[in-house]
Design a protein around this ligand. Structure first.
Ligand SMILES: [Zn+2]
Length: 119
């Protein structure tokens, strides 16, 4: 089971307490009415799909209920860092987020299980 450290509760909790909330740091355009339909569609639907480190929103639905961000490696499914909403993404400059660089480790899960879990 994947353990996720909630930055608000301050402890590792089982993944079944959390909900994935999509890519983090996607800012709403300041003046939506000034955007073209294509620009608005890009904002609504287009997301990155990296092979490697990915900043994501998560919610501790069966805990404190708060939203936070996590940096997860999409190949190993390891969460390398979690941080409160509004805080900047931490600098994880280690190559490809190697497991030994994980300050808040979690159990490794296969890519199939990760894909199955995502909405
Ligand atoms: Zn929490």
């Amino acid at each position: 089971m994947l353990l996720i450290p909630c930055p608000y509760c301050g402890e590792d909790r089982p993944e079944i307490e959390f909900r994935y909330g999509g890519e983090a740091h996607v800012a709403r355009p300041a003046d939506p009415s000034a955007r073209t339909d294509a620009e608005w569609a890009d904002f609504l639907y287009m997301r990155t799909n990296p092979k490697g480190l990915h900043a994501e929103r998560w919610r501790h639905t069966h805990g404190c209920g708060r939203f936070f961000n996590a940096v997860r490696h999409t190949v190993t499914d390891r969460i390398l860092a979690t941080y409160k909403a509004g805080e900047p993404r931490p600098d994880l400059s280690s190559p490809e987020g190697t497991p030994s660089a994980s300050p808040q480790g979690s159990e490794e899960v296969g890519a199939e299980a990760a894909a199955e879990r995502k909405p």
